[in-house]
Design a protein around this ligand. Structure first.
Ligand SMILES: Nc1ncnc2c1ncn2[C@@H]1O[C@H](COP(=O)(O)OP(=O)(O)OP(=O)(O)O)[C@@H](O)[C@H]1O
Length: 364
């Protein structure tokens, strides 16, 4: 349905040019839900704007159903776009907002009224047509914005941070509803978000962006289980990511030898140890560490461990159950579970990116 081929977008004058999209190739199949994920400034919104026709690419092509869109204005592309601040018209009631795109298309009064009723039922706001948008909660406004974007039956629906403004509980609920709704309607969706939890819950396929390029594309499970690079791993909220030399089923790391799964790539690599694979036991066993900070997270405890006698080694994060998490200051021994260790394909990719994982983690 949608193909981006070698799409490049640059901003600014020649002297201070910034490449927002750098030769991006991306395809979205009919009925597929693709979520583009990435830190602030990685090019997510620019990608949507190029597809919507709100920004012309400096290079490359955008194809919809095989047709080149250069020269096709935004309103002729048949794509719906919902922005993060939902931009409802405050002077119109709910029905007036939902009917907006239909009115632009010249639909008659009866057709509009029937479609508004259908859409408001669909998004769980039956009978809300006469209500003033200012009197709606954030979540209700979000549903109205969604109904408005869906009303003209766009062949492709694009969502920019669709649930960005909402509190976490509501977001988690709405994201499940959205996935169900798109599935029932067979809507093709391209959404962008910086929230990995949202992307993983909504998408059939996740595309991770970094500096205007695609760092990884795959199903949520593929990306979660096997991040392509250290950058992707860190963006997903994993902090136990270190250089390693892999020989056979052992990796040599700053934390000493770590077992890796059979058949892992060999040589100079980057290692990811999931917190669930860091086993905390009695101090006589394994790597000697001292328990540092503990953080409660979704019914589990993230425990930061400092390796004794090694000021240089980064802290190790372990995931413990609520009842068995060791107290701060306790001396423990750490062993590793190879099943939770991933040898990443390339050596550390320079992705010393540390700012976003904290934000990404909060929502996980
Ligand atoms: N109109 C513009 N003029 C100049 N630079 C721009 C413009 N729009 C975007 N950029 C730059 O292009 C890059 C990509 O921006 P974009 O808005 O696509 O990122 P994003 O991933 O959507 O970020 P966020 O999550 O913060 O919305 C950034 O470096 C940004 O500063």
């Amino acid at each position: 349905m949608l193909t981006l081929s070698d799409v490049t977008v640059r901003f600014g004058s020649r002297a201070r040019q910034r490449t927002a999209l750098d030769a991006v190739d991306l395809s979205v199949a009919e009925h597929e839900i693709v979520c583009v994920l990435g830190p602030s400034g990685s090019g997510k919104s620019t990608l949507l704007r190029v597809v919507a026709g709100l920004r012309h690419p400096d290079g490359g092509r955008v194809l919809l159903d095989g047709a080149d869109q250069s020269g096709v204005p935004a309103h002729r592309r048949g794509v719906g776009l919902m922005f993060q601040d939902h931009q409802l018209f405050p002077q119109r009631d709910v029905a007036g907002n939902v009917a907006f795109g239909l009115r632009m298309r010249g639909a008659g009064r009866e057709e509009r009224a029937a479609r508004v009723t259908e859409l408001l039922d669909l998004v769980g706001l039956p009978g809300a047509g006469p209500r003033a948008v200012a009197a709606l909660s954030g979540g209700e406004q979000q549903r109205v914005a969604l109904a408005r974007a869906l009303a003209p039956s766009p062949r492709l629906l694009m969502l920019d941070e669709p649930l960005g403004q909402l509190d976490r509980g509501l977001r988690e609920r709405l994201v499940v509803e959205l996935r169900g709704l798109f599935g029932r309607l067979g809507t093709t969706v391209l959404a962008v978000t910086h929230d990995q939890g949202e992307a993983f819950a909504l998408a059939d396929r996740v595309v991770v962006m970094r500096d205007g390029r695609i760092a990884q594309s795959g199903t949520p499970l593929e990306v979660w289980q096997r991040p392509a690079t250290a950058f992707v791993a860190r963006f997903l909220g994993f902090d136990n990511v270190v250089p390693a030399t892999v020989r056979g089923t052992t990796a040599d790391t700053v934390w000493g030898p770590v077992p890796v799964p059979d058949g892992s790539p060999q040589g100079e690599r980057t290692l990811l140890i999931r917190p669930a694979g860091v086993r905390v036991g009695a101090s006589a066993q394994g790597l000697a560490c001292t328990v540092g900070a503990r953080t409660f997270r979704s019914g589990r405890v993230a425990v930061l461990l400092r390796q004794d006698g090694s000021g240089d080694a980064p802290p190790l994060e372990a995931e413990c159950g609520l009842r068995d998490a060791p107290d701060e200051g306790r001396a423990v021994g750490v062993t590793f579970d190879a099943a939770e260790v991933v040898v990443l394909d390339a050596r550390e990719d320079g992705g010393g990116f540390r700012a976003a994982p904290a934000a990404a983690k909060q929502s996980s």
